[in-house]
Design a protein around this ligand. Structure first.
Ligand code: SAH
Length: 366
C-alpha cells in the first residue's frame, strides 16, 4: 500500500467534525484540489485503474457522433448550439464526436464545443487531445454558466463520480452511514447520528426493511440532472448519458472502489482509488421530469449501440485491414456491446433527455 497524502486531512476533518458522510468523503477523495483522485492520479487505460468505453474504441464516439447529428436534424437543426461533454476524462470521446461531425458540415458549423470539467490537470490533457479544436472550445467548471442556447450534451461515467449518501436501517430508524476513525489512523464504517424522517424517503422505503439494510440517495446527482433538464426544457436540445446503474430504485450498497482494474476497499488509500456507485436512473428521471424535460425509457448500452449501427460501422472500419486489426475490432465490439459480466452492453445503460414528451429520437422509445 502506498502512503495516502489525503489521509491526515481526512483524519483531522473527522477529529474536528465527527464521522463523515459518504458524500463528503467521496467529494474529498475524488476532487480535493491537491490530493484528489481526479486532481492527481492517472485513472484511465491499461496502466491506470479502469478503461472507459471511449478509450476502448473510436467506434463508441463515432456512433454517438452520428446519433447527435441525427438528434440535431430531428429537432430542427438549431444554430448555433452548445455541443457539450461533462466529465470528459482524457477528451477522447469529444475528439471522436468532432471528427464524426464532419460528415454533416452544417452540424459542425453550428456546434460550439464546451467541456465541463472540475480537474485542472484533466483540462490540460483534454486540450492536448483536442489539438486545433481546443482553440474554439470553452471549458466550464459547472453547468451554471452554460450559454443560453440549445444544448446537445453527452456524458460517459460522469454521474457515477458524483457523491452519494448512504443510510442504514438500525433499530427501526434510518441513520446516516458514516466514516469514522479506527485504530492507527485507519478509517472504518460507523453509524452517524443523523436519522431521517421516513416522510422524506421515497415510498419504496416505507415498508419496514431488515436491520442493516442500506439505501443510497444522491442529492448531487439529482441536482445535476435537474440543472441539465432545466436548461434543455428552456433552450431545447438533448442530453445522452452512459453509466452503470439500475433502472428502478432499490435497497442495497453499491459504493465501490476500483484500483488497477480490480475492486478495492473504498476506505483504504483515500485519493488513490476511484470511488463510484451505481446510478439510480429512476431518481434522475424524476428529477429531470420536475423541470419539464422528458426522460426516455432507459436502454441498455449494447442495444443502443447495435440499433445505431455498431456492427455496420465496425465492418467499415475493419474493411481491408489485417486479420489482427479485424480481430481487435471484433473484441472491442464485444466489450462495448456484449452482455457478459466483464462486458458493458448490459451493465451500462443509456439515459437520455429531450425538451419535452413530443420529441422522438430513434432508437429511444417514448
Ligand atoms: N468521460 C470520461 C471520464 C469519466 S471519469 C471517459 O469516459 O473516459 C469522470 C470524469 O468526471 C473526470 O473527468 C472527472 O474529473 C470529472 N468530474 C468528476 N466530478 C465532477 C464534477 N463535479 N464536475 C465536473 N467534472 C467532474
Amino acid at each position: 500500500m502506498t502512503v495516502s497524502a489525503l489521509m491526515p486531512r481526512i483524519v483531522r476533518h473527522i477529529e474536528l467534525n465527527g464521522p463523515m458522510a459518504v458524500s463528503d468523503y467521496m467529494a474529498m477523495c475524488l476532487l480535493d484540489p491537491e490530493y484528489g483522485y481526479y486532481t492527481k492520479a492517472e485513472p484511465f487505460g491499461a496502466n491506470g485503474d479502469f478503461t472507459t468505453a471511449p478509450e476502448i474504441s473510436q467506434l463508441f464516439g463515432e456512433i454517438i457522433g452520428a446519433w447527435l447529428i441525427n438528434a440535431w436534424l430531428t429537432v430542427g437543426k438549431p444554430s448555433p448550439f452548445t455541443l457539450a461533454e461533462a466529465g470528459p476524462g482524457r477528451g477522447t470521446l469529444m475528439k471522436d464526436i468532432l471528427r464524426t461531425a464532419a460528415i454533416e458540415p452544417a452540424f459542425s458549423a453550428a456546434a460550439k464545443p464546451v467541456l465541463i470539467e472540475a480537474s485542472p490537470r484533466l483540462r490540460a490533457i483534454q486540450s492536448e487531445t483536442l489539438g486545433g479544436t481546443a482553440k474554439r472550445t470553452q471549458w466550464l467548471n459547472d453547468f451554471e454558466r452554460l450559454p443560453d442556447r440549445p444544448l446537445f450534451l453527452v456524458t460517459n461515467e460522469f454521474f457515477d463520480a458524483l457523491p452519494i449518501r448512504q443510510f442504514i436501517f438500525h433499530r427501526n430508524q434510518w441513520v446516516e452511514r458514516c466514516i469514522g476513525l479506527g485504530e492507527n489512523e485507519s478509517l472504518q464504517w460507523q453509524m452517524g447520528t443523523g436519522k431521517i424522517e421516513t416522510d422524506h424517503l421515497p415510498s419504496y422505503l416505507k415498508n419496514v426493511p431488515a436491520e442493516g439494510s442500506i439505501v443510497e440517495t444522491s442529492p448531487a446527482r439529482e441536482s445535476m440532472a435537474a440543472k441539465i433538464a432545466a436548461h434543455i426544457a428552456e433552450h431545447g436540445g438533448v442530453a445522452i448519458n452512459f453509466d452503470y446503474g439500475h433502472t428502478t430504485t432499490a435497497v442495497g450498497d453499491t459504493f465501490q472502489a476500483v484500483h488497477h482494474h480490480a475492486f478495492a476497499n473504498p476506505l483504504q488509500e483515500p485519493g488513490k482509488r476511484d470511488l463510484t456507485s451505481h446510478v439510480d436512473f429512476a431518481a434522475l428521471s424524476q428529477s429531470a421530469g420536475s423541470q419539464g424535460a422528458h426522460a426516455f425509457q432507459v436502454m441498455a448500452q449494447g442495444a443502443f449501440l447495435l440499433q445505431c449501427g455498431l456492427l455496420e460501422r465496425a465492418g467499415q472500419l475493419g474493411a481491408g485491414k489485417s486479420q489482427e486489426v479485424q480481430e481487435q475490432i471484433r473484441n472491442d465490439v464485444q466489450r462495448l456491446a456484449g452482455s457478459g459480466p466483464q462486458e458493458m452492453g448490459e451493465l451500462f445503460k443509456v439515459w437520455c433527455l429531450a425538451q419535452n414528451e413530443g420529441v422522438q429520437i430513434a432508437p429511444f422509445e417514448v
